[in-house]
Ligand binder design. Structure first.
Ligand SMILES: Cc1ncc(COP(=O)(O)O)c(C=O)c1O
Length: 353
């Protein structure tokens, strides 16, 4: 039996009881409101965890990269997959077509005509109908058609192309009221045009428990909720007690009374600050601030701490953004109480294509 306290550092650990509670609570919330749960697996990249989400009641999974779809399909996680990224170029289109033959329902999103044409040509080459949702930018300022009229225009263009099957609209993240207003208008336009919109897909963890306030959503895609992190706590959607991922790190130096250095830098915690300050929350020293990172060093300011760690002490850091941390390590450790119950290879780690 391996004990959590014996794990060498740095190590990415997951508190199983917290993670299981996150999976259960979120599924229950969406079930209660009749919104299908389509968790985004980019957060963990571990097929075993995708299986737990499916067993808890998810209708399918969301992937951001074709490589994730391949790994999760090979592991038999889900027969209903949404790929939320514009697929461009021959190499990726061929991989998508190969996957479409293996998954009962594989849908993609698109927000422009170039992608639509490439998918249509791929569908024709392979004799495959490509299911797609139109990505709408409802306030985030990333991909997505900019107006409800543009969504309808793109749907009309795409519907004229062979082998494309329109299934609905998608956004990330849900924003209130912008997302509701956008979709209300878009659904009116599609209705008037006689085009059914079976799926309206929303997403994001911070907005998760208010997804029902956008009543047209048929499904919700959250990823971060499985572990939670500083960003989610800062958004008010979770507490530290809901954070399952902790980076176990050793204090390797105390060069001055107000400074500790831990053995986790950007190559574990990453430099992603996302929406928050600093580089993580030190559970044992909540007044400490991780102010700076080198690749392998985490600089911790202890000036606000009455108790201070010694060289050799181990601390646990809740990262700013858990989704990028999973991608940094070969394995994550599932911990229950004192014990390491499971070691998961991060099977889809590095699948950036
Ligand atoms: C398209 C899309 N859907 C869903 C999600 C999940 O959001 P969250 O990680 O906030 O749960 C993301 C996250 O980046 C995303 O990009």
């Amino acid at each position: 039996m391996m004990l959590a306290n014996d794990l060498d550092t740095p190590a990415v650990t997951i508190r199983l009881d917290i993670m299981e509670d996150n999976i259960r609570r979120v599924q229950q919330h969406l079930d209660r409101h009749g919104i299908a749960n389509r968790p985004h697996i980019k957060t963990h990249k571990v097929p075993e965890l995708g299986k737990l989400q499916m067993q808890a009641g998810a209708i399918g999974i969301t992937c951001q990269k074709l490589g994730e779809v391949e790994v999760f399909t090979n592991a038999g996680v889900a027969d209903d997959v949404l790929l939320t990224f514009n697929v461009l170029g021959r190499a990726k289109t061929e991989r998508l077509m190969a996957l479409a033959a293996r998954v009962r329902r594989l849908a993609v999103v698109l927000d422009n005509e170039v992608v639509a044409r490439g998918l249509s040509e791929g569908g024709v080459r392979h004799g495959v109908d490509v299911r797609f949702l139109i990505e709408c930018d409802t306030g985030f300022g990333r991909n997505g058609v900019q107006t409800p009229d543009a969504a309808l225009d793109l749907a009309r263009v795409a519907l004229k192309l062979p082998r494309l099957a329109f299934e609905g609209l998608m956004t990330f993240p849900n924003r209130d009221p912008e997302t509701r207003e956008f979709f209300t208008r878009a659904l009116e336009l599609f209705k008037r045009a006689g085009i059914p919109v079976p799926v309206v897909s929303g997403g994001g963890t911070p907005s998760l428990f208010r997804a029902q306030e956008i009543p047209m959503l048929t499904e919700h895609r959250a990823g971060t909720y499985i572990f939670n992190d500083v960003m989610v706590v800062a958004s008010g959607t979770a507490t530290w007690d809901n954070c399952a991922m902790r980076v176990r790190a050793t204090v390797v130096s105390r060069p001055m009374s107000t400074r500790a250095v831990i053995d986790a830098g950007t190559k574990v915690l990453t430099s992603d600050q996302y929406t928050v300050k600093g580089y993580g929350h030190v559970l044992e020293y909540p007044e400490a601030a991780i102010t700076n990172l080198s690749e392998e060093h985490g600089i911790v300011d202890l000036s606000q701490c009455r108790e201070r760690p010694a060289v050799g002490d181990v601390v646990h850091v809740i990262p700013n953004h858990c989704c990028v941390v999973s991608n940094m390590v070969d394995e994550m450790y599932g911990v229950r109480g004192e014990r390491v119950e499971t070691v998961w290879p991060v099977a889809a780690r590095g699948t950036v294509r």
